[in-house]
Design a protein around this ligand. Structure first.
Ligand SMILES: [Zn+2]
Length: 403
């Protein structure tokens, strides 16, 4: 007996079918399947199904959401925000990372995310945030896939503990990647910053996902250092660059050389779709075959007041700020938040296909463009073959936080 039969859903570009699921994987996709073969039946009513959003960039331990309103004055530059973050922690101490992960994971799930990457700070409180994040991930292991980046938010050279002890320890505890931020602009010693990050990744066998907010030649300088160290430490196909603002408004001529380096070294890009600065173009990335995914970044935290860990909203903003109007373009933006992110994060068995993971989101819509534009909450969210949310409400199998 199979676990679940999801009947009458439209997939890909319009084919209506049934999806039979067993043991967390898709077993069979075809119309008119026998209801006797599964323990549970869900009727998709002809709505659209896709393989779940992949939120490729979040900071799950940090949010004001889920608690009382906090008035917070946001400074106007990245560096000033980093400084303000430190001042906030000096006064208020560390946030409740476990609770914040619960708040963010629950929002992510009910809004149709089935996989999430979290950047966990190791710069201020040593491994305390990592401990919180790992506890929350364990609690959610049946309802959300999560991978983590050990990230010194204020730069690897500005950590309050010794990076060559703290970061390997974080990897040993279960964190998959090493992060960092702005080797020039924040660490102010880019050669040492990039070399240390990449060397630690090489020594610990971790992947890398760096925040790179630097623009123009400064960002390109850091990028060149990253490529140089990928070659030095053989880190091909293990590096992701988040934000990559230096690629915004780049001529095709200049982009070509950078795209060659990105593709030869297997580097993917993640955008969080900033509204205040230009970001790398999705269409240009497609033209040059560059891997491009999407994340929501902060959820009402010390870095900004926006966001509810909502990937549908974020791919809508990607389309909106890119001035996409045609259905095929809207769906290109949508797909950057699903297949695009999955490719950058190297998620295996992703997609609606036989033997693919049974991670499925059903929306009351005819196609992806309509989901992007009309913005309902998902009708069903199915994770590892199990219903985890229905019409925006979480099922009992999703953990809720209690002190
Ligand atoms: Zn970030």
């Amino acid at each position: 007996m199979n676990d679940l039969l999801l009947k009458n859903v439209v997939i890909h570009d319009g084919e209506q079918t049934d999806i039979l699921i067993n043991d967390g994987y898709i077993k069979k996709i075809c119309a008119g399947q026998d209801e006797q073969t599964a323990k549970k039946i869900l009727d998709g009513k002809g709505y659209y199904a896709f393989p779940g959003f992949v939120n490729a960039h979040t900071h799950p331990c940090q949010t004001f959401a889920g608690g009382k309103w906090v008035d917070y004055d946001y400074p106007d530059t990245v560096n000033k925000r980093a400084k303000a973050e430190k001042e906030y922690y000096d006064v208020h101490g560390k946030m409740n990372g476990v609770k914040n992960c619960y708040v963010q994971f629950r929002e992510a799930i009910r809004r149709g995310t089935t996989y999430l990457r979290g950047h966990i700070d190791v710069g201020f409180f040593g491994l305390e945030e990592v401990e919180d994040a790992l506890k929350a991930r364990e609690d959610f292991k049946d309802v959300l896939d999560v991978d983590y980046v050990a990230m010194p938010s204020n730069g690897i050279l500005n950590m309050t503990t010794d990076p060559s002890i703290t970061i390997p320890q974080a990897v040993k505890m279960g964190v998959e990647s090493i992060g960092g931020a702005d080797p020039c602009d924040r660490d102010r010693d880019p050669v040492r910053s990039v070399e240390l990050t990449m060397r630690l990744a090489s020594e610990t066998n971790a992947d890398i996902d760096l925040h790179l907010h630097e623009f123009g030649e400064m960002g390109k300088f850091s990028f060149d250092l990253i490529v140089k160290n990928i070659k030095k430490y053989n880190l091909q196909n293990r590096v992701t660059i988040s934000h990559a603002w230096f690629l915004a408004n780049c001529s095709d001529e200049k982009y070509q050389n950078i795209a060659n380096e990105l593709n030869e070294n297997g580097i993917g890009l993640i955008t969080h779709v900033p509204g205040h600065v230009p970001f790398p173009s999705l269409k240009q990335a497609k033209r040059f075959n560059v891997k491009y995914g999407v994340g929501t970044d902060n959820m009402r935290s010390l870095w900004g007041p926006y966001g509810m860990n909502d990937m549908r909203e974020r791919v809508m903003l990607l389309a909106y700020l890119s001035d996409f109007r045609k259905r095929q373009d809207l769906e290109m933006a949508f797909d950057a938040g699903t297949y695009g992110s999955a490719e950058v994060l190297r998620i295996t068995d992703y997609g609606i296909k036989e033997n693919g993971k049974a991670d499925l989101v059903v929306y009351q819509a005819e196609n992806r463009a309509q989901i992007l534009l009309e913005g309902n909450l998902p009708y069903f969210v199915i994770k590892k073959g199990k219903l985890v949310a229905r019409e925006g409400k979480l099922e009992d199998c999703v953990p809720s936080y209690s002190d």
